[in-house]
Structures are given as structure tokens and as C-alpha cells.
Design a protein around this ligand. Sequence first.
Ligand code: ATP
Ligand code: MG
Length: 753
Amino acid sequence: MLFDDHAPAVLAPSSERLLEGLNPQQRLAVVHEGSPLLVVAGAGSGKTKVLTTRIAYLLAARNVQSGEVLAITFTNKAAGEMKERVAALVGGRARAMWVSTFHSACVRILRAEAKKLGFTTTFSIYDQADAQRLMTLVCRDLDLDPKRFPARQMSNQISDLKNELVDWESARATASNVHEEQRAEVYKLYQQRLREANAMDFDDLIMTTVELLQAFPDVAEHYRRRFRHVLVDEYQDTNHAQYTLVRELTQPVGALPAAELCVVGDADQSIYAFRGADIRNIMDFEIDYPEAAVVLLEQNYRSTQRILTAANAVIAKNEGRKDKRLWTDAGDGDLIVGYVADNEHDEAAFVAGEVDALTDAGTISPHDIAVFYRTNAQSRVFEEVFIRVGLPYRVVGGVRFYERKEVRDALAYLRVLANPADTVSLRRILNTPRRGIGDRAEACIEAFASRERIPFAQALSRSAEVPGMAPRSAKAVQEFADLMDELRALVEGKMPPAEVLEAVLDRTGYVKELSESVDPQDESRVENLSELVGVAREFEERVPDGGVPEFLEQVSLVADADQIPDADGTGGVVTLMTLHAAKGLEYPVVFLTGLEDGVFPHLRALGDQAELQEERRLAYVGITRAREKLYVSRSHLRSAWGQTSYNPPSRFLEELPHHLMDWRRVESSVTSTPALARAADRVQSSSVRARSAPGLRPIPNLEVGDRVTHDAFGLGVVTATRGAGDSTQAEVDFGPGTGAKWLLLRYAPIEKL
Ligand code: ATP
Ligand code: MG
């Protein structure tokens, strides 16, 4: 983020003014010097505020240069905001400061040091979808049975290994069974392909930076001298690789003491264990850094007492946690509004109606309001209803802009232009739009490339020599290679990204093909592509000398939560998002929807204590986003994936103390009292399911020792069973990586072998 040089200079405030309004513990954390500092506290207690104020204080009172600060936030958006807040406090000096996500910080380091690692500075960054595409190619090349080794599962397992900083050599050295040996082979070839493509996946960004710092002492020394202050927000969600990165950066260099480290977090808000986040990083901080100072914050500045009491009551049900005494002087506030809907449309209509009533009153505007749900798919119904009643909204996440086919295609062109070695992107666009280069031609080129030991891209320009290829295909390939050379000349001539993009869309015939199509979807594809050109224009304004590689870098690093709309003060729109994307944010009004066992908590968590505890932390995160008004709702009947089911109330709903609740509707058309609802629902659920959904497949009859395949986890062996009828569960061991899981057989996507 850049700041305008012509903006009026903000005078460095007296350091005392920075501390005004902070409570004594917050002050302590802001002014602490020397030893590592851990700030642990519940939601809304000002952890992020402490971090921001501390940075400002370092610059204003402790003579720290902004270039000496490295601050890590959870999203690029949070980074931008933090930088703005610091700039508001200390002015344009904030410019040279590194405030970014782990991934962005690592990319900056890696770009600068790429040559040492055998990459060029324009290496590609593969997101999850690219990574999986490459994994599919790798598994195919190794002739692996896709049933036993689904590419997605392989991707996940290798991602887990990387988060644990296990490279393929160690994975192979420690493999103790055939599966692990096979996996190590996959890992090896996958890394080799990435390297050939001059590319890194998301997990590589962190792991490779750690390796860089460990392998090149001079590089490590450079960054240790540079970053004298390292600050990390949301520390509870760091994984092992990120943890090690922080450790590497904060080591002493010769006589120079270690950089000052300040981390803030809340173990009760750890919600990324599925991505390798390790709650122990925060719990063990005092063990890892014995000289550490610890500051506890106990006053919540965000929510009313009732909202806070509700949050505390829910999280108190988790085991093995440190109890926190969080209080607020914001007053009791309103009761929590509860609503039981007949179905999900009714639930969305209730939310829309409340939003309408709240905004009509004039004190609340749509941008003060957020609607949360457990999974992306749940947004659809809200969108339908909101569109119908004319309520402006914005969805964060979902089928994201950058995941759309046309957008990915266009970006693949840019990537190949910036990085010709990027074979995954190259193969993606080889015949997109269709230009007569079929699978057979592609296979011939691949065979030729590997026989000649030349890169795929190079083989394209020698298509005339490729054996077995029809002359017509050879000609098409040659034309494609020429076209790419032409376009590449534009990039090398430093043409701005938006113009390059337009040239690509035009000269490849991509837009022409879409415009001529009669498929109505293709029309919105054209719109999406113009939006992408718009994104590139915006980028050019922000980064005037940024070229295609810089543009690509920005695009590859936008995370889910980065699409959160800014409050524009003019009314704005209601925000819809998953609970995961809501972390760290706050809204005056929050709707927590879909509170049903099997939805939230997620079905997967029902038979698994550890996962259930993580779901409960997610509930805690959700509740504590609310400042003034909290709504909780559930739907009696819900359709998902073409099936309709009756879901019992979420256990989290029952954990909310009754005296805090104002139930607007306690009964669906089938039950009469909330106390009875759950039991009635249970009875109802099994009988109705069996009656009204004959399409449901029968529950597989499993015994210990049976082998099954699961759509996501792959091959496994049944190790135990329990329950009967609809609630029959089986424990299945999916081997290393995934481990054993309890599955509810009514729903689990498994097949007995
Ligand atoms: P989370 O755990 O959700 O990330 P947090 O601990 O980071 O929360 P902040 O977002 O920093 O909390 O603060 C919550 C709200 O309280 C913000 O609106 C912040 O401006 C406000 N706040 C924090 N400290 C104070 C204070 N001393 N006086 C007034 N307001 C404060
Ligand atoms: Mg925070």
C-alpha cells in the first residue's frame, strides 16, 4: 500500500497521546521493551489495537525506523487497514513498513533471493486449484489408481507435510509403509515439476523461505539485521512452518540482540487446525520463549454484556482451556434474538425482514450488518431472497472471482507470458480457445519434449519435428507459439498489464469466441473478463511502474477474506460470509444462521471431539463479532445437495443461557416448544427422511475390517462401529495424513469395497 506524497503531513504525535484511552494492561503491552511479548486475551479486548498502537509508538517514541518493522496480519486487507491506522498516527513514514500476510512477506523475500534457489524472480505462484491440477498430472504420470490415491487427497497430505516442514527427502526416509513410500514418490515428482515450471505452491512460499534462511546464513543475517521488530496478529492460527519462520527471523546476530517479538492471539479463536494451525504455538509460547513477558487483557470494548455472556457460556463447554474473565462496561444491551424457521427460505426471509426493519429505523445502515453461515453453499438462498426483496448485499468468498474459468484462463496467458516455464498454465491455454490442438497433439509434444530433454514450451516451437503429429496440428501449434512470442514481446516491452491483457483477449480470439456464443453464461464471462481488465487498471493506478509479473503476484495473494467490502459511509451493503472469513472483524449487527447439528457444528465434527471443539471456537468467533445486536437462527428443514433433511437444533444454540434469549419463533410447523424441539426433531428426522426421500441410498452395512473409499479421504479400513439406524457410525482409518475418523454413515460419501 502506498501513500500519497502530497497528503498533508501528519505530525508525529507526542507518544503520550498515543497511549491515551488505553487501559493499564494495553499500555504495558504497547511500551514493553526487550524480551518477547505475548498478549493473550479474549475477543474484542483490543489485541489488534495494541499491535497497531505499538507500531506507532515504536516509531514515535522509540526512534525505530519504519523499515525495521515487520508486522504480520491474517489477510492483505487487514494489512492495508493496519497500515492506514498507523499512517493516521505517524504519517507517510508508514510507507516503508512491511505490514503483510505471511505469504506476501515470504514472496517479497523469495523474489529478492530467487536466484540463490534456482528460480527466476518471476516465478509463478500456484494456488490450490493450480496445485491440484499439477497433482493430477503427477499422479497420472506415476500410474496411480485415482481411487486409491485421489489427487485431492494427495494434495492435502503434501500440504500437511509442508506445513510441518517435511521435505520429500525426509518423507521418503521416514516412510514406514507402502502408502507413505508412494506418497513420498508423488511428493518428489510434484516438487520436480514445480521447479521445472519455475513455480511454487502456497505452502512452498513459507517452507522455502524457512529453508532459505536456514541454508544461507548471510541471507538470514540480512533479514535479522533489517527487522528489529516482528509483530504477529492472530498468532493462534499460525502453523509450524510459520512458527519456525518467526523463530528464524528473531535470532540474535553476533553482538546484535534478537529482534523484539510481539505476538497477540486467543487460543479460543483458533479455527484453522484443518490447515495445520497449531494451538500449541500460543499455549507453549512461555516454554519456547522462557524470558517472555505475558500480558492479559480482560476488558472487552466491542460487545454488550449479554453478547459477551452468551459467548462465554458457549466457549466454557470446551475442555482443556484457560478460563478468561472478560468484562465490558458497555451495559447489558438487547436480548439475543432467536428464530426457528420452517425451511431455509423462511430463514433468509426472516433475516431480510429484520434488516429492513433495522435500516428503516435509520440508526443502522446495511454496511453495519453481517450474515454468517458455516459453509459457502449456504449463501445462495440468502442471495435469492435478498435479490427478490431488493436488498443490496455482497458475498465474501463463494465461487470466487478468481476461480472462474474465464478469469483463470486469462491469468494463465499472463503467467505463461511472464514465465514461459509454467507448464501447467501453458497446457491449460494450449487449446483455449479451441484452435485445433487436441489431446493427441499435446501428448506427442510431451513425448517429444521428454525425449529431447527440452521444456514443453520449447517443444512447441519445434512442432514440425514432432513425430506422429498431423500436419494440420503441427501448423496450429506453430501459430500458437508465434502468437505467444508476439505477446511476450509486449510484456518485455513493459506494456502495462491491462493493455497486455486486452491484447491477449483480442489476439487469441478468446473474447470473440465468447461473444459469438449463444450460451447465456458466456455473456457474463465477457463481463467478468472486463472486470479483470478493470482490476488490472486499478493496479496500474496504485503501482504506476508495476508490470505483468507484479500484477500476477497481487492477484495470486488475495485471500477469501480480502474481498470484504469497505464501509463507505453511504449506506453500503449487507455482508454475507462464512464464519472463517469473519475472524478479526466486528459489526454492530450480526446474524448467525444455520444453527443446526450437522450444519453448524458441521456434520464431520459430530463424532469427533477435537473437531467439535474447533466448531465451538468457530461459534465463539461468530458470536463475538457482534457489537450491539445478535440474531441466532436455525431452520427445521433444509435442502442441500438435492436432498431435504430435518436437522436437530445445534447444540451451540442450547448452550446459550435462556435468560439472554428473546425467541421470536420457537416452533416450526411440526414442533411446539423449544425444549421438545430437539427430541421431536430427532424422531422426526429419521422417520421423515426414510419416507420422503426414497432416493437416499441405504446406509452401508459395515463391519470392522471392511475396506471403504471416501470421496475426500480416499481408501480406509473400518476399525470400529457404533449406533444403529440413522445414527450408525463407523470409525475408519484413512492411513497416514488423514488418520482415523468417525463417520455418520447416513451422510458420509463412502463406498464399501
Ligand atoms: P479479536 O479477538 O476479535 O481479533 P481484538 O482483541 O483484536 O479482537 P480489537 O479489534 O483490537 O480487539 O478491538 C475491539 C474493539 O474495541 C475495536 O473497535 C477497538 O477499536 C476497540 N478498543 C480496543 N481497545 C480500546 C480502548 N482502550 N478504548 C476504546 N476502545 C477500544
Ligand atoms: Mg484482532
